[in-house]
Ligand binder design. Structure first.
Ligand SMILES: C[S@@+](CC[C@H](N)C(=O)[O-])C[C@H]1O[C@@H](n2cnc3c(N)ncnc32)[C@H](O)[C@@H]1O
Length: 239
């Protein structure tokens, strides 16, 4: 991978960064995304934030090697603390779990005043982000699902607005599977949720063989609820 050609996953994130964005890429690792955008999309200011020393050094040396130090400021720090107030209007956070992305947003709320768009790519648990959007008045405005190297990734784009708008009456389904992705239900979506359903069914059956406790009963109920939601959506697609 280099800064001229992104992975399909990061390309799906890059697509949603406005050309004139003032960007912060949090958890930037090699800084591939801001380097690519500075070279190919025309953004003129970006922060590459990193909490870990190795990735921070790697981001720093890539930015220097590309001659992009005037445009990309590489900063070490936890989450949004690397951003000064009003400094950016777009934030990307990619390649982490949904719960971690959610906690980064929650802990850095004071830095979101000037931010118009969030482009988030959770590796798992996109539901955590959709829930956070609802609780914090961010409206999900688009979603992508892509497959690369046998893994399936979702990209969630949020803007300030009416957080309930995309869901209509189908909140539970939308939170779990993504309202735009449910609507589109392409092959990758079907593949992801068929596999999740199979996995939940396996866990459910394993719990049937385990000693029954209040906890196993609750877990089974939770699994049944999720399996039903997924079945409803996949059935609609087949009809
Ligand atoms: C798997 S990498 C993803 C790199 C890149 N964003 C991508 O999608 O390819 C996750 C990176 O996030 C960084 N990270 C994790 N928690 C962070 C936090 N709270 N603040 C800043 N960076 C963080 C890690 O050090 C790691 O380099």
């Amino acid at each position: 991978m280099n800064t001229d050609k992104l992975s399909d996953r990061l390309a799906a994130v890059a697509k949603y960064v406005p050309k004139d964005a003032r960007l912060a890429d949090i958890g930037s690792d090699h800084a591939y995304l801001p380097c690519f955008l500075a070279k190919n999309s025309g953004i003129t200011f970006a922060i590459a934030g990193e909490v870990a020393h190795g990735p921070y050094q790697s981001a720093k040396s890539n930015v220097a090697a590309e001659g992009l130090a005037e445009i990309i400021s590489v900063r070490m720090g936890d989450g949004l603390e690397v951003i000064e107030p009003e400094e950016v209007d777009c934030i990307t956070i990619a390649g982490m779990g949904g719960a971690l992305i959610k906690s980064i947003l929650e802990n850095g709320k004071d830095k979101l005043n000037s931010v118009k768009r969030l482009v988030l790519q959770p590796n798992i648990s996109a539901i955590s982000i959709r829930e956070w959007f609802i609780d914090n008045n961010w409206e999900l405005v688009a979603e992508e699902i892509i497959e690369e190297d046998g893994k399936i990734y979702e990209v969630l784009i949020g803007e300030k607005g009416n957080p309930h708008r995309p869901y209509g009456a189908a909140l539970d389904k939308g939170l779990l599977m993504g309202p735009f992705l449910v609507q589109k239900h392409d092959e990758i979506f079907t593949k992801k949720w068929s596999a999740e359903k199979k996995n939940w069914q396996r866990i459910y059956e394993a719990l049937e063989d385990a000693t029954e406790t209040a906890e196993t009963i609750e877990k089974q109920q939770e699994l049944i609820n999720k399996i039903r939601l997924v079945e409803e959506v996949l059935k609609n697609e087949e009809s």
